[in-house]
Design a protein around this ligand. Structure first.
Ligand code: SF4
Ligand code: SF4
Length: 192
């Protein structure tokens, strides 16, 4: 998802999509950027997730979907470097970004998805690697969905901080250690 995917494209997909993530995506991004997750995450309206792939999460008793912040002024993903036409977190960008605009057909062969913003039907150089990443994305999404289901059943009235503690740091909301946990992470080098 950078400008050299296809000649002439300067990152339509980084500007016009809401980008949803799993807990593992967030952990990788935190490791690379050293940012506190609230700097780059937000809860999107569930209607933004039209594919029904990512789970809905109930936070403070409202249904949402976890995703990257969308920069309202730049009209792009929080990490998109508009002038360079590039992603600012190339190493740890979410799996959905690493595999876009590809999926698999019935025979598990790689295909360029229909109806995407991508202007040209192109294929990645390393198809095997993209297929592997698609598999990893599905697996990590399923694991994340299980965690979210447990949250929705047991902790849905808790706030966003508590949700992040639960999915990222395995904190049990009943023990309510949110502030302590975040302080601990800050002491260990996360910028807020
Ligand atoms: S994380 Fe990177 S690749 Fe994904 S939408 Fe944002 S800028 Fe684009
Ligand atoms: S829209 Fe397609 S060509 Fe353009 S940056 Fe995204 S994946 Fe690459």
């Amino acid at each position: 998802m950078v400008k050299h995917c296809v000649e002439g494209c300067t990152g339509h997909c980084c500007m016009f999509y809401s980008v949803f993530v799993t807990d593992n995506d967030v952990k990788r991004m935190m490791k690379e950027t050293k940012l506190h997750p609230k700097r780059f995450l937000e809860l999107h309206s569930p209607s933004a997730e039209r594919q029904g792939f990512y789970p809905k999460v109930c936070v403070s008793s409202e249904w949402k979907v976890l995703g990257l912040k969308h920069n309202k002024y730049e009209l792009s993903c929080y990490f998109f470097m508009k002038n360079a036409g590039m992603c600012g977190v190339n190493k740890s960008k979410p799996l959905v970004c690493r595999t876009y605009p590809f999926s698999t057909d019935k025979e598990e062969q790689l295909m360029h998805m229909n109806g995407t913003l991508c202007p040209v039907k192109w294929m990645p150089e390393n198809k095997k690697q993209t297929l592997k990443l698609i598999k990893q994305l599905r697996k990590e999404k399923d694991e994340y969905s299980k965690k979210v289901l447990k949250w929705n059943q047991n902790y849905y009235w808790h706030d966003f901080d508590t949700f992040l503690d639960y999915i990222l740091f395995d904190k049990n909301p009943n023990g309510y250690k949110t502030k302590k946990s975040l302080r601990h992470k800050l002491r260990n080098g996360l910028r807020i």
